[in-house]
Unconditional design. Structure first.
Length: 291
């Protein structure tokens, strides 16, 4: 079967169009062990995940399924959906604006000069929506959590998938070191029954943030679209940013532009998606890495 390799600011994916392949092949490429093998950077194609393009429900042109490098499924991927939009264009979709079904609902995307803008929808802010333990209707804003003897104040946001955002006020702190050290434990913390993504954030100004993401099911990632959106939402909740303002989010792989609309009715993400190469693989012949 054909695949395409894409990346959004270094967050890279194996994209497969399963709308016309036979059922056995489509099922095989979505098996967790096969996804792990395909994403292995030494023994496979390499990637942060596999993006499966599936038939959508009208008026959507397609459905995106996000399979992380560890074989688990994510509800949504901001960088991934931009890659899917570009692949659909390469496959013949001519519409400038198109709807795509995701695990986080139907999202509207628009191809623009140099990238894609995605209407990511309204953030989910209660513990039940994220999901988190504790009173379901309560928000988690700047609340303490302890891991490995270190206490952090987290603000939790869901952009269809869960995020724990941590602001780091020490200008000397190494955000990547913090993410690598504490991200794995925070991802699996009992407070988050579906695990969580983790963002360590330095505020440069009310319109610019530096962010390092520990991605659920992946690890350190060069960029995370939903993480960038969740971080700006968390910044507004903590009075570090404002709605109706473009915020530059500097990720390890480059910047995304995020705007949260008034009343947090919607979050708009704009960024690039680049095609790298095409290839052929037989998912039934992929050999898992020796352990």
């Amino acid at each position: 079967m054909r695949f395409a390799k894409y990346h959004g600011l270094g967050n890279d994916f194996v994209v497969v169009d399963l709308r016309t392949v036979d059922a056995a092949t489509a099922a095989a490429i979505q098996e967790p062990a096969v996804v792990q093998a395909v994403c292995d950077r030494q023994f496979g194609v390499g990637g942060d995940g596999v993006l499966a393009i599936l038939p959508g429900t009208a008026p959507s042109v397609a459905r995106m399924r996000v399979l992380n490098a560890d074989g688990s499924e994510a509800e949504m991927c901001g960088n991934g959906i931009r890659c899917v939009v570009e692949e659909l264009a390469r496959l013949g979709t001519t519409a400038v604006s198109l709807a795509i079904d995701t695990g986080a609902g139907r999202l509207t995307c628009e191809r623009i000069e140099g990238g894609v803008t995605v209407e990511m929808g309204a953030p989910r802010l209660t513990r039940a929506e994220i999901p988190m333990t504790g009173p379901g209707g309560e928000r988690c804003i700047g609340q303490p959590i302890e891991v490995k003897g270190q206490s952090f104040a987290i603000t939790a946001v869901s952009m269809g998938n869960p995020h724990a955002v941590i602001f780091v006020d020490d200008p000397q702190a190494d955000l990547r070191m913090l993410a690598e050290t504490y991200g794995p434990t925070l991802e699996h913390h009992a407070t988050f029954p579906a695990r969580t993504n983790v963002e360590f954030v330095r505020v440069r100004s009310r319109t610019e943030l530096d962010v390092v993401v520990w991605e659920r099911g992946v690890g350190i990632t060069l960029a995370c679209g939903t993480g960038a959106c969740a971080t700006v939402v968390a910044s507004i909740l903590n009075e570090r940013a404002t709605t109706e303002t473009d915020v530059r989010v500097n990720l390890l792989g480059g910047p995304l532009r995020i705007r949260v609309l008034a009343g947090m009715a919607n979050v708009r993400m704009t960024g690039p998606a680049l095609h790298v190469f095409d290839g052929e693989l037989d998912p039934r012949a992929v050999v898992p890495r020796p352990r």
